[in-house]
Structures are given as structure tokens and as C-alpha cells.
Design a protein around this ligand. Sequence first.
Ligand code: GDP
Ligand code: CA
Length: 312
Amino acid sequence: MKIVAPAGGIGAARFLRGLRQAAPEAEITVIGNTGDDISLFGLRVCPDLDTVMYTLGGGINEEQGWGRAAETFTVKEELAAYGAGPSWFGLGDRDFATHIVRTQMLAAGYRLSAVTEALCHRWEPGVRLLPMTDDQVETHVVVDDPEHGRRAIHFQEWWVRLRASLPAVAITAIGADDAKPAPGVLKAIETADVVLFPPSNPVVSIGTILGVPGLREAFAAKTVVGVSPIIGAAPVRGMADACLTAIGVETTAEAVGRHYGAGLLDGWLVAEEDAAADVPGVTVRARPLLMSDAESTAALAGAALDLARELA
Ligand code: GDP
Ligand code: CA
């Protein structure tokens, strides 16, 4: 069984850990979002790839959902003592090592896909982790800044520094139009038995991946089952509603299902309280959607896989 999943960070990583447990024999290829990537202190940081890698590799800070377990922040404190910013992005000492190795390899001429593979040799995530593209794509958010007027800022500045407090006028993946899928991405999708969309952010995680030319069509040709990141009228965690509002989509499981639509989805898993969700042309099934522990997460992944098998 070959499974492909596009992935953001926390929601995806937890789901994928459940999927690995629910389908231990499956060959899983993960296509990671790189639109959140940012250069800080001269280092290339790939938050979503790292969240997937650390979570599946057993190195994640479980409570936080991102960053390394047993982390310390000496480098961050020393940088702050020099007044070297930004201070709003939390990089721990252990995490820094990942970004240093990545940046060294990129500077030596390796592509991000090769670098990611090298980093995964250490973490052995049990899935094949591919960035969506080796080209630079960065998600920027247009805001009306009370001090500086209308301007575009990096997604991380909006999400982490501003906690999405300024409404997004627009969200754009800079460079996406000219990006090529990373080596192996199209082949993995073409040869997949099923595609699962984890409960990732529909705009800045899955949406960004779908924006790489060729990927939407490649997914659309497969049996695709998605898991809603929205339960009731709110994201399970985080601020995905701020992104959905920016693209004019209501924060409900039904609206997100319709946003992906029958052109892309065959099945859509929603929470039991959202069982009435109606997505034309898509099989909607209600299941417990909370990934509160390993057992419930594996059950959720198993339910997505069962529906995909039925629809395939
Ligand atoms: P990010 O890049 O770290 O923001 O991670 P993702 O894009 O992969 O996932 C973020 C989404 O995961 C949010 O919109 C949450 O609503 C969703 N999420 C987090 N925990 C759960 C959960 O237990 N169940 C479901 N269904 N969604 C979740
Ligand atoms: Ca992310």
C-alpha cells in the first residue's frame, strides 16, 4: 500500500504518527510545505519539515507540538544580549544544530530535498519526507499596519510575532508560480494507491502545496480523503480561522470541504458534531477527530484510510 500525504506542521505530524501506527506495512511519502520557511541569523529554517521530522523521529517537544524536547535557549539569550533579532521566533540550541547543518549543505550546493533526506538519516521518521519544491517559495501576508500602512510581511512575522492580530488582506505564496515539484514528488503521487490530506491548515499548509504548479492536478487524479482541521466552528488549535477568513472561506468543516471541493476530494472526514456537513460530490463521514492520544490518533488515521480504500 502506497500512501501520499501533503503536510503542514503540527496537525499533519500528529496525524502521520497515527497513520504509521494504523498502517505499519504501508509505504508513506510525505510532501512537506515549505512556504513557512524563513532565513534567520543567516540560517535556513524549515518549520513544517522539521515538525514532521522531529515528531516522527521522536525528538519533538510534545506539549508544544514544535521544537525539540529537552531544549535549552543559550544561543537565543546570547543573541538577545547582542541585540540581534528577531527575538520573537523561538530557536533552541538543539534546533539550531539542524538549521546550521541544513544551511551548510544548501551553501555547498545540495538541494533542499537532498538536505532533508540527509537530516532524516538521523531521525529515521519511518516515512519518506520530501519538500514540495526545491525552489524558494515564501508565504507572505498583506496587512494594514497602523504604523507603516499596507505592506506585505513574512508569514512567520504575521503568525508568530503578531499572532495574526492584524487581519490578512491577502495571503500569497511568493515564487509558487515558477516553482517545480521537488524530485520524486510527482512520481510518488502518480504511483500512490491513496492520498490522505491530514488536518493541516487548508490555506497556508495544504493550500500552499496545491499552489505548486502540477500538484493540484496530480492529487485530483487520485482517490483523496481529507480530515477536517475544523471542529464545530473553530480550528482545533491555532489560528487557521484567520487564514480562512482572508480567503473568504467560513471556519466550518463543511466550508473547508467545499473549498477543496469534489474536484480534489473523494472523501471528507468530519467530527461527529459536524455530521450534517454537506459537500456536493464528496462522501462525508463523521468520526472522532480529536488527536488527543496515540490511540485516538491511530483510530482517526485508520478511519481516513478505510474510507479511502472504500472509495478507491
Ligand atoms: P502548522 O503548520 O503547525 O500550523 O500545522 P498544520 O497546518 O499541519 O496543522 C494545523 C491545523 O491542525 C490547525 O488548523 C488545527 O485545527 C489542526 N489540528 C490540530 N490538532 C488537531 C486535532 O487533534 N484534530 C484535528 N482534526 N485537527 C487538529
Ligand atoms: Ca506551518
